[in-house]
Design a protein around this ligand. Structure first.
Ligand code: IMP
Length: 511
């Protein structure tokens, strides 16, 4: 006879945190949100930490290079989806790694013989007012001078005159030599009071531009997640079918973290894959597995050659219909609590700490905080990021409101490859496990995260925690009755506006 577990399968919405002592020395500026993603031994220093405990889902409608760049700039990590061919996934990874904050390729260039009129038109077209003048008019030609909108008066000067007459000639241009660091480039900008520094190679060819405004932008992103070479970090997903081809291509492209993307990680296919990758790369790559919802799943995956983190969650995703279609899954809170308990026992037994990611089903900022309080080291979200400017899907307007499309990896649209098959060789998708939907558009990743992070920190202060590990230790949770859930909303009052526009649009369920 089937075994029936004691207790009910619970979700985050059924819990609340009890406040603990708030300390005088705590403020949003003193809270540390660094989060483990790499397995570590009790005494060893972490190999790699996230700067915020948030990663984006490996989904076609969520994480391409654009979103991964935006998230890494905020301190989190984007996982580039694997439901595409190996080459294009590796290209997306490479694009994130080559996004050199600070050094940009010039997209507005001209020739000495062009007229001022052409330059004015070019400036209007690209919106850029600093134009390198190169031998062949390209971004890599020999640098002959620079012309900016400060060098001429559009309505006074002779627009038929050639650029040559108005540009600052190379002899008078302050430039940097290729190989200089961003810090050195910024010092030159500061010393010579310039807004733009061209960087040239040893043959005098233009290689990039450094702008003062980018330095200021960089200062506004103090949490950027960078590798040892100061490149943005990026994760990438794998499937169990072609990892022997895909993993080497992703590592070669510069992926910092790899993770099997599967709705059910308690599988021999995944264990083989994890072992194959660990045998090949050892500690060189951070490797995640999942998804699991039980201690059994945890034990099975960690008993391999050493994975770094596990993802928890089956059936909770906002676009997910796995539970309906297959009757498989578990309430996200129950799943997380069981895996975290087993993880902590495993730490006691072996001295090895395995970070846990809570994946899917988070529908407001409170639930992110609850997941972290329950012991998740970080959370993975799809819908949250699908709603932002930087996600790959286009915006659509409906009834005066702006939406973005968001579809599951288990939909026909995503042409899912392996994860929703039974692991056999058949690629045919006989039924779907996800839906194709729309989500409200909320603006940029940076603004969305600013509000979320502020709220997580405020919750941590309520329980007297200065970092995520203290947050878990201090957290005391209570189950709430249906009546308490009603009480948690407003009652017996009329409100004409509630929440900020961002909150209402993005995480509206609790309103
Ligand atoms: P969300 O943050 O609630 O939108 O959930 C995102 C998570 O849902 C992803 O990280 C995946 O684990 C999961 N997921 C993605 N696509 C599908 C699908 O088609 N069916 C079921 N789960 C999915």
């Amino acid at each position: 006879m089937a075994k029936i577990l004691d207790g009910v399968s619970r979700t985050f919405g059924e819990f609340l945190l009890i406040p603990r002592l708030t300390k005088k020395n705590q403020s949003s500026g003193t809270i540390n949100l660094a989060a483990s993603i790499a397995a570590s031994n009790r005494e060893s220093a972490p190999r790699f930490d996230l700067n915020i405990p948030i990663v984006s889902a490996a989904m076609q409608s969520v994480t391409d290079s654009n979103l991964a760049i935006a998230l890494a700039r905020e301190g989190g990590l984007g996982f580039i989806y694997c439901s595409q061919d190996v080459k294009s996934q590796a290209a997306m990874v490479a694009q994130v790694k080559s996004h050199k904050a600070g050094f940009v390729s010039s997209d507005t260039n001209t020739l000495v013989g062009e007229s001022l009129e052409d330059v004015v038109a070019l400036m209007k077209k690209t919106g850029h007012s600093t134009v390198p003048v190169t031998s062949d008019g390209t971004a890599t030609g020999r640098l002959l001078g620079i012309i900016t909108d400060q060098d001429f008066w559009e309505h006074e000067d002779n627009l038929k005159a050639p650029v040559e007459h108005y540009m600052t000639k190379i002899d008078n241009v302050i430039f940097g030599e290729e190989g200089l660091s961003l810090r050195e480039a910024n010092s030159l900008l500061r010393k010579y009071k310039k807004n733009c520094l061209p960087v040239v190679d040893k043959n005098g060819n233009l290689s990039s531009l450094v702008f003062k405004k980018d330095y200021e932008d960089h200062m506004r992103h103090p949490r950027e997640l960078l590798d040892n070479s100061k490149r943005l970090c990026v994760g990438a997903a794998l499937n169990t079918r072609d990892y022997k081809l895909r993993a080497p291509a992703l590592v070669e492209a510069g992926a910092d973290v790899l993770c099997f993307d599967s709705s059910d990680g308690l599988s021999e296919f995944q264990k083989e894959g994890l072992n194959w990758i660990k045998r090949k790369y050892g500690e060189e790559i951070i490797l995640g597995g999942g998804n699991i919802v039980s201690a059994e799943g945890f034990d099975y995956l960690v008993s391999g050659l050493g994975l770094d983190f596990v993802k928890v969650g089956i059936g909770g995703g906002s676009i997910c219909i796995t539970r309906e279609q297959k009757g498989v899954g578990r309430g996200q809170a129950s799943a997380l609590l069981e895996v975290v308990k087993r993880r902590d026992a495993y730490l006691e037994e072996t001295g090895r700490y395995i970070p846990v990611c809570s994946d899917g089903g988070l529908s407001n900022d409170t639930q992110i905080a609850l997941a972290l309080a329950m012991g998740a080291d970080f959370v993975m979200m799809g819908r949250y990021f699908a709603m932002t400017d930087e996600s790959p899907s286009p915006k659509t307007s409906f009834n005066g409101q702006v939406f973005k499309s968001y579809w599951g990896e288990g939909t026909r649209r995503a042409q899912n490859w392996e994860r929703y098959t039974d692991g056999s060789d058949s690629r045919e998708l006989l039924f779907e496990e996800g839906v194709d939907a729309y989500v409200p558009y909320v603006g940029g990743v940076s603004e969305a995260l600013a509000s979320t992070i502020q709220k997580i920190k405020a919750t941590m202060i309520n329980v007297g925690a200065s970092d995520l590990s203290e947050f878990k230790q201090n957290a005391v949770l209570t189950l709430v009755s249906e009546q308490s859930i009603v009480e948690a909303g407003t009652s017996s009052v009329f409100q004409f506006t509630r929440n900020s526009e961002l909150d209402a649009a993005s995480w509206g369920e609790n309103s």
